[in-house]
Ligand binder design. Structure first.
Ligand SMILES: [Zn+2]
Length: 496
């Protein structure tokens, strides 16, 4: 007879096997599926997700969790396993099936309406959909429950345990530090040669770029026997198991640097997925703990490593071996000027490391106001534009450059944006902790000694899965709670 814990693990593994199949269908849709496969693909995905939802919410699983949890001889990791499974199942059981399918269907239609509205710069075509999505998400928040604010129920889906009232002071402190800092950096660079983001080097075939990008992944410790790199319109990472992690990047023949930063970003996510404990696959103990911790891993490699002078002192000569004459005359200074230009801009995904987080502050303010009832959907376009002016000193002249720029709100991802900034903050805090233990990271980066960094991250963060909460895990790894000072210090040191 298997023990209760063994039965629970087995049931959890079956659920994860379905999720992995779902993930693979999604990955294929973005990378290889022929256009005419879309309709039947949607049916396969809907069928799988129905089976998954039924299994996840079954009374049998709920009873098994209760019985296993009532045992007195569980180890700490087994207790964590029960706690995290209970959390997932409880959440799923709180959402009525009709609401779940309404959210999925309306979300899909709303996303399509958003794409068209953005292309045509026609906000009025999207606002009615946005209204529907916000209504549905308000209902979802009521079903999930909350103590302080409905927005907390949504935040909790991406960053378990987080609340608007704890995120707000962190973001305000950051805003108050970043606004004058960005101004000082822009003033300091005015008149110098580094005021434009001109592209460095000539055109390079995508095939050649791919080989170089794979080289970079290999060097950072990403196992290409346990993962692969493809291309897609929007780069992403799909982890099916630690032995099968799919990354995508986006190539531009005319700008070889574009793909590199997507690759390093997704590579950071990929190292986390490969570093989860194989022996616990299929259980929450082998899942990433939260989006902010995931994002801390990607930003660390993309920004702290990839945008550093040390990295380009090492890799520009290697890039020249791969790309030949196309990089004739390109210097480390040229590359750094392109990848570290600080300038307030309208589009979040194109923003630099310094001003990026002000874009997130704006989204957080608007989301919080939307779900507290202080802001109506119809007021978003104006609130967006005046918020941009206040935070970044520039005002969008079109909705496409304003509130229509991100996909998130169209498909119901409210409470997601703050995890990007928390990821940036955690990344800086993690790097400071690493440096205290192993000395200068730049020395390691210049020497290509990435394996010590990867092992540190694996030991302190990756291998725990969801055993601890995100806040506890980061406290254990870095010795303190989330502290924006590290990030502000990093920026000040790098840019001033
Ligand atoms: Zn990311």
């Amino acid at each position: 007879m298997p023990t209760l814990v063994q039965s629970l693990r087995q049931t959890s593994r079956e659920l994860q096997a379905l999720r992995a199949a779902e993930g693979l269908l999604g990955w294929d849709q973005e990378t290889h599926m022929p256009p005419k496969g879309g309709v039947t693909r949607a049916e396969s995905q809907a069928a799988l997700s129905t089976v998954l939802h039924q299994r996840l919410t079954s009374d049998k699983l709920w009873a098994l969790i209760g019985e296993t949890g009532s045992q007195s001889d569980l180890s700490d990791r087994e207790k964590a396993l029960v706690r995290e499974l209970r959390r997932d199942v409880e959440k799923a059981r709180k959402i009525p099936e009709a609401l779940a399918s309404d959210l999925a269907r309306t979300g899909s239609l709303s996303q399509q309406a958003w794409a068209k509205a953005r292309e045509r710069n026609a906000p009025s075509e999207f606002l009615p959909w946005l209204e529907k999505m916000v209504q549905l998400k308000r209902r979802e928040a009521e079903c999930l429950g909350y103590v302080e604010s409905p927005y907390d129920a949504l935040l909790d889906q991406f960053e378990p345990g987080s609340k608007a009232s704890t995120i707000k002071p962190v973001l305000e402190k950051l805003r108050d530090g970043l606004t004058p800092l960005a101004r000082r950096i822009v003033d300091a660079s005015a008149g110098s040669a580094t005021t434009s983001r001109s592209q460095q080097g000539g055109s390079i075939p995508i095939d050649v770029q791919r080989r170089f990008n794979e080289r970079l992944l290999h060097d950072m410790g990403f196992d290409l026997e346990a993962g692969r790199l493809d291309s897609s319109a929007h780069p992403f990472t799909q982890g099916l198991s630690p032995g099968d992690v799919r990354l995508t990047t986006r190539y531009r023949e005319e700008d070889w640097l574009t793909a590199i930063f997507s690759t390093l970003h997704e590579g950071g996510h990929g190292l986390y997925e490969q570093g989860l404990p194989d022996e616990d696959w299929g259980t929450p103990l082998a899942e990433a703990v939260s989006l902010s911790v995931h994002e801390s891993q990607s930003r660390l490699w993309e920004n702290r490593v990839g945008r550093s002078r040390a990295y380009w002192e090492r890799y520009l000569p290697i890039a020249k071996e791969y790309f030949g004459a196309a990089l004739d005359g390109v210097t480390v200074e040229d590359v750094l000027a392109q990848v570290n230009l600080v300038k307030p801009s309208l589009i979040r995904v194109e923003a630099d490391e310094v001003t990026y987080n002000l874009h997130i502050v704006l989204r957080f303010q608007l989301e919080e106001a939307l779900f507290s009832g202080a802001l109506e959907v119809a007021g978003i376009p104006d609130a967006w534009n005046s918020g941009m002016e206040k935070l970044l000193g520039i005002r969008p002249t079109s909705a496409a450059e304003g509130f229509l720029q991100d996909v998130h709100w169209s498909c119901g991802l409210y409470g997601y944006f703050p995890t990007y900034t928390m990821g940036n903050l955690y990344a800086a805090q993690v790097c400071a902790a690493m440096e205290r233990e192993m000395g200068s990271l730049d020395v390691k980066i210049r020497a290509g000694e990435f394996s010590v960094m990867r092992e540190w991250l694996r030991n302190k963060i990756h291998r725990f899965g969801r055993e601890f909460s995100a806040a506890d895990l980061m406290h254990r790894a870095t010795g303190e709670d989330l502290n924006p000072e590290y990030f502000l210090n990093y920026l000040e040191k790098k840019y001033l």
